[in-house]
Design a binder for this molecule. Structure first.
Ligand SMILES: Cc1cc2nc3c(=O)[nH]c(=O)nc-3n(C[C@H](O)[C@H](O)[C@H](O)COP(=O)(O)OP(=O)(O)OC[C@H]3O[C@@H](n4cnc5c(N)ncnc54)[C@H](O)[C@@H]3O)c2cc1C
Length: 388
């Protein structure tokens, strides 16, 4: 089963039959009393946002793009940031699932609870999701402050910042001691949107075309990257208040490879310091910032934040530049901090190394075996990470 094909891993790649879930309906059913929306599995998050906003509702939290499908995003444990919030799978009330023998099951905490519990992050391995019931909230706005700050200042105040802010994230710029920070506070205050031209200039020109040009120059002449990197913190400070979904997600036009690890949040400062030191000691030239986010714990067995407050460290490399040495170096560091890789982003783990990182790994394997004994929904990647 494939969604929008936005995973960096070959999680939705097969040499066999590939299904695209474009025809599971085009409407969103809203139960405004229970605050639950029934969303067709193949609908993209950007469409979901539009439907919900028209009805006066919104998703509780989300990641930084909206091209993914509803099913694809929960299946890989896609998340945004905010210690009081979970990733998308933690907001799932129920789902419809067609299993390998053709049975359609409605799964929730009361119906087929074992399938519901384990199936919210399932790597496409349990069957075809047809709809997802998501918890929603009335529309809200985010007051956003985006500004460069000294990395040391961010790290020495990290615990205070993430416990006192709704949604905080930062990007450390390799080869500098600077971080670009984003602080989003939930509010019902009047909107104070960015002027259209300013928004276009910052989000399209600066964050995409200008940044893309810097990356492209760095690819041609990697030795220039440290000098080019010093230009990034000069992006200046921005403050605005807009509808939540227009702030959480932005357009990403620059192509890259990515690896992301979740670690227990109390290890973030030490772990990131190790990454910074390792990058500085190496002769790697990295034009893409390193992203840091946090989420609260959830109860989804294969979620990267199952059972623990989590911090996420994501490393990126511009397309066409070798990434393996960098990613392996960071993976080795984060593995020592009980790191769990994002299922949809590059990593080099297998079932053997992942099993001890998930308490209910074997329970997931058992239910997969029970629902799909002939491996109809398996592919090479899923076999590798589940040992199926
Ligand atoms: C530019 C960019 C930005 C990103 N930002 C973030 C971010 O902020 N946070 C984050 O956590 N991740 C992020 N990601 C990763 C992305 O959210 C995940 O890889 C997500 O799974 C992609 O969704 P998709 O619809 O493209 O699914 P695909 O990649 O197509 O598939 C992912 C999985 O979902 C399964 N699947 C899809 N549809 C169904 C279905 N109907 N039934 C059963 N299984 C199904 C597939 O079999 C596969 O296992 C980003 C990726 C990109 C490229």
């Amino acid at each position: 089963m494939t969604g929008s094909g936005h995973s960096f891993t070959p999680i939705a790649v097969t040499r066999d039959v590939l299904l695209q879930p474009s025809d599971f309906g085009d409407g969103v059913g809203i139960d405004s009393k229970r605050l639950v929306a029934r969303i067709p599995a193949g609908m993209t998050l950007s469409e979901v946002n539009e439907h919900l906003a028209l009805a006066g509702f919104a998703l509780i939290n989300m990641g930084d793009i909206t091209a993914q499908t509803m099913a694809g995003s929960i299946s890989t444990s896609t998340h945004g940031t905010g210690l009081a919030f979970t990733g998308l799978a933690g907001q799932v009330e129920g789902f419809g699932l067609v299993t390998a023998d053709g049975t359609h099951m409605d799964c929730s905490a009361s119906e087929h609870p074992d399938v519901w519990r384990l199936g919210r992050v399932a790597l496409g391995a349990l069957g075809i999701l047809t709809y997802v019931d998501m918890r929603i909230v009335p529309t809200f706005r985010l007051h956003a402050v985006e500004e460069p700050r000294r990395l040391d200042d961010v790290l020495s105040n990290f615990d205070r910042i993430i416990t006192s802010t709704d949604h905080f994230e930062f990007y450390w710029i390799p080869h500098t001691r600077w971080a670009l920070t984003k602080t989003n506070t939930r509010t019902q205050d009047q909107a104070q949107p960015r002027p259209r031209v300013g928004r276009w200039w910052n989000k399209t020109v600066m964050e995409n075309y200008a940044f893309g040009a810097v990356c492209a120059a760095g690819r041609v002449a990697p030795s220039l990257i440290p000098r080019l990197a010093t230009a990034l913190p000069s992006s200046g400070r921005q403050e605005f208040t807009e509808a939540s979904h227009t702030v959480f997600a932005t357009r990403r036009l620059v192509k890259f490879h990515e690896m992301e690890y979740s670690i227990p949040r109390q290890h973030l400062v030490t772990a990131l310091q190790h990454v910074v030191d390792a990058v500085e000691r190496s002769n790697l030239k990295i034009s893409f910032p390193v992203e840091v986010r946090v989420t609260g714990p959830d109860d989804v067995p294969l979620s990267t934040s199952f059972g623990r407050e989590s911090a996420y460290i994501a490393v990126h490399m511009y397309k066409g530049m070798p990434y393996e040495r960098y990613f392996r170096m960071v993976e080795e560091i984060l593995s020592t901090f009980e790191g769990r890789p994002h299922w949809g982003k590059i990593h080099f783990q297998s079932a053997e190394t992942l099993r001890s990182r998930y308490e209910h790994f074997d329970a997931f394997r058992e239910i997969r075996e029970r629902l799909d004994p002939n491996g109809v929904f398996l592919n090479e990647y899923v076999e590798r990470v589940l040992g199926a």
